[in-house]
Design a protein around this ligand. Structure first.
Ligand code: SAH
Ligand code: SF4
Length: 344
């Protein structure tokens, strides 16, 4: 059964007209879902019971058959697992800071991009998420007491490969009649698809982007991110520069460190050059290891050294300390719930 969250306001209005409900009912229901964040029809107290029943016969409210969460020791990272059908689940993580809460959300079940250091990539691709399944991750976490202020599309999947649904969800996050979050607090992370970045330019959609570099050296990049073959980093960088010129949104370069692969001084200097060319900030992420990933993280001293090297050359650089490792909820660790059992 389809979820009510998959409907646009226009589609909901059509649905209400078919049921013979007054025109304003669609807006009331919309407000219950996106402003009051209710997750059952029963809570929509000013909607006639007959209308609620007719809707419930056709649409579930949430697109998930069940969901549950696991917190780490201090609950600074809480991993939510949403069952989207009999065989598949997706994951989202609530990360709590002193003054704000970030939701790291998924755009696909699994991922087809196959970056060699990423658990979601290892899990393979199942399917794109619907708009309702993306929006539902925010609705559920908000309704369960997490006042989310920031959203990062850094969970499972490559957001730009599910372009239409991700952009529709982004609109619902930011629209005044829906969640009304600031677009400046939403970031879409991409491994860099040329065609889809071109599409963002054509559609005049202004987003904070994060670009997952892997390595600024094309040959090394290709060995860990097969996407490099058809989407060379040199072209992606030129396109990102063009995109940034059109508006004043932010770009972050994400760099996951893999011991003995992309951790030479030369590569960090190349990364710094790329950041300067793009006027971007660099976020260094040490690898979150997993038995299914054939790489190791670098020593913390090395990580700090690279950060200082970048800072000295005038590049804004931070280290992303990973939260949620113990509940397999850190970056690139999402996907555990859809991994097939290991063969001996
Ligand atoms: N598909 C998008 C967004 C999801 S991945 C993208 O690739 O950008 C989110 C971030 O986690 C990316 O920057 C990715 O490089 C990083 N990542 C992937 N696997 C990781 C791992 N095992 N350890 C640390 N970071 C990882
Ligand atoms: Fe997909 Fe991003 Fe993981 Fe690469 S790093 S496999 S693009 S989720």
């Amino acid at each position: 059964m389809e979820s009510l969250l998959d409907l646009s306001i226009d589609a909901l209005q059509t649905e209400m007209a078919l049921l013979g409900a007054p025109k304003y009912t669609a807006k009331q229901i919309w407000g219950w879902m996106y402003q009051k964040q209710v997750t059952t029809y029963d809570q929509m107290s000013n909607i006639k019971k007959s209308i609620r029943e007719a809707l419930a016969a056709k649409y579930t409210l949430l697109p998930f058959s069940e969901h549950y969460f696991i917190g780490d020791d201090d609950d600074l990272a809480i991993k939510y697992i949403f069952k989207i059908d009999d065989h598949n689940s997706v994951e989202a993580v609530v990360l709590s800071e002193k003054d704000y809460k970030t939701l790291c959300i998924s755009s696909q079940c699994g991922c087809p991009v196959d970056c060699k250091f990423c658990l979601t990539g290892v899990a393979g691709f199942k399917r794109n998420l619907t708009v309702g399944e993306i929006v539902g991750q925010l609705l559920v976490t908000m309704s369960e007491g997490h006042p989310i202020t920031h959203i990062v599309f850094m969970g499972m999947g490559e957001p730009l490969l599910n372009y239409d649904n991700v952009i529709a969800a982004y609109k619902r996050f930011t629209e005044e009649s829906s969640f009304n979050l600031s677009g400046r607090k939403i970031t879409i992370s991409t491994s860099g698809y040329i065609r889809n970045i071109e599409q963002l330019i054509t559609d005049d959609i202004h987003l904070n982007l994060a670009f997952s570099v892997g390595s600024a050296n094309p040959l090394i990049r290709e060995s860990i991110m097969p996407i490099e073959k058809r989407n060379p980093i040199v072209k992606v960088a030129r396109l990102l520069k063009q995109y940034l010129k059109l508006h004043n949104r932010k770009l972050t370069l994400e760099y996951t460190l893999l011991k003995g692969v992309n951790d030479t001084k030369d590569q960090i200097i190349e990364l710094g050059n790329l950041a300067q060319y793009l006027d971007a900030k660099v976020n260094l992420i040490n690898l979150n290891p997993h038995e299914r990933i054939p790489f190791s993280p670098v020593d913390n001293k090395v990580l700090t050294g690279f950060k200082n090297l970048l800072l000295k050359s005038g590049v804004r650089a931070t280290i992303r300390y990973t939260k949620g490792q113990e509940i397999v909820a850190a970056c690139g660790q999402l996907g555990e719930s859809i991994l097939t059992p290991k063969t001996a």
